[in-house]
Design a protein around this ligand. Structure first.
Ligand code: COA
Length: 350
């Protein structure tokens, strides 16, 4: 079975949801969670559903249409889509308290992976503009569907919390890492989850990287990974991916937390790549902290990274996280295990 997120507009009248569920049930699709957002045109129904692996997105769209749904958007979901909205909102609030810099990322997660762009000044034509407590404005860009009023209200609530945290001096500059505070580069890029539309820009970033950086990241030759391998890296079913986008729109950072089989040392492997021209400005550390927050949300007690022993920047980065680590040496490579939950607990006590 495969998890899908299905979003569709339906008429707001009795029996519509049942007709939709029945049309999906005809294809053995099991609805696991439903959210209903009232909108002027009726209601937007948001489902997470479990479907037989053989079903395609097109077949699901057709079934939704047959059940009375309009403008259906179907996309792969991961298990985190199953968290009920209050739980998810509280997890995101906790993440903001741990790291107030992660507002754009938390907003993106709250709004199902929408792109969140930072701009110095608000553009009045934007559908939803939120004030970034550190200055400027955050713009939400959703490619496949408009935000519903409930989602807009949720986004405002999260941005209000970030503003309160910053105003209270709770976690602002004091918790920023030295490299980040010193360079401010982490603020110069904006962080978001990549989509397949980013694959070209991610490939170009790999092309701009040196052979040595690619080799250190993938430990397997110096060529750029194939398009198929890059697509795998950003598949939300297989892990959490993050990109850092420079003000000129180029992707300059790619980070991955890939879920691992039980035979691996920990439930998730960390992989980081910062384009050479952007290295040593604190971006790698900022990226690692964001991925570790995602690991904590997914209740991973530990993650690991496979590092060449001569990779001083990565070893210093891992050591600089201030987390308990363990190094194991095997066949010329170091596997560095990082304890995630201890850090979260420690931050919770601050
Ligand atoms: C490893 C990598 C992600 C680090 O990212 P970064 O943005 O350069 O790192 P940061 O600026 O956050 O710095 C992290 C630490 O590395 C140190 N560092 C950065 N570049 C360095 C360099 N060229 N030489 C020595 N130390 C360096 C920093 O001083 C810092 O250590 P400190 O806190 O003790 O001062 C980046 O160098 C990279 O993409 N390398 C190629 C791919 C790779 O090796 N990935 C890791 C394996 S998955």
């Amino acid at each position: 079975m495969t998890l899908w997120q299905i979003r569709t507009v339906v008429d707001d009248e009795p029996g519509r949801l049942a007709a939709l569920a029945s049309s999906l049930a005809d294809l053995s699709v099991n609805i696991l969670s439903v959210q209903v957002h009232p909108v002027v045109a009726g209601a937007v129904d948001d489902f997470v559903a479990d479907a037989p692996a053989s079903l395609t997105a097109e077949e699901l769209v057709a079934a939704v249409g047959a059940g009375g749904g309009r403008r259906a958007v179907v996309r792969p979901a991961d298990v985190h889509g199953l968290a009920d909205p209050p739980t998810r909102a509280l997890q995101l609030a906790a993440r903001l308290v741990r790291d107030p810099e992660c507002l754009p990322l938390a907003l993106s997660d709250l709004l199902d992976g929408s792109a969140v762009q930072w701009t110095p000044a608000a553009d009045p034509s934007d559908e939803l503009r939120l004030r970034d407590p550190r200055g400027g404005s955050l713009r939400i860009v959703r490619m496949d569907a408009r935000l519903t009023p409930s989602e807009t209200a949720r986004a405002h609530a999260l941005a209000d919390l970030a503003a309160l945290l910053v105003a209270a001096g709770d976690g602002g500059d004091a918790r920023r890492s030295a490299p980040e505070a010193a360079e401010g580069s982490a603020a110069a890029v904006h962080w978001r989850r990549p989509t397949v539309a980013d694959l070209g820009a991610i490939a170009e970033m790999h092309d701009r990287c040196s052979d040595s950086s690619r080799y250190r990241r993938y430990n397997s030759g110096m060529a750029r990974p194939s398009g198929r391998q890059l697509a795998r890296l950003i598949n939300p079913r297989l892990g959490v991916a993050l990109v850092g986008v420079a003000p000129d729109g180029k992707v300059v950072v790619l980070g991955n937390l890939m879920w691992c089989a039980a035979t691996e040392p920990t439930p998730a492997e960390l992989g980081l790549l910062v384009e050479d021209a952007w290295q040593a400005r604190g971006l790698g550390s900022a990226l690692a902290r964001r991925l570790l927050a995602a690991a904590a949300d997914a209740e991973c007690a530990q993650v690991h990274a496979v590092v060449r022993p001569d990779n001083l920047p990565m070893l210093r980065l891992l050591a600089g996280l201030g987390l308990p680590t363990h190094r194991a040496w095997d066949e010329g490579m170091l596997t560095v295990t990082v304890a995630v939950m201890e850090k979260s607990a420690a931050e919770g006590r601050l």
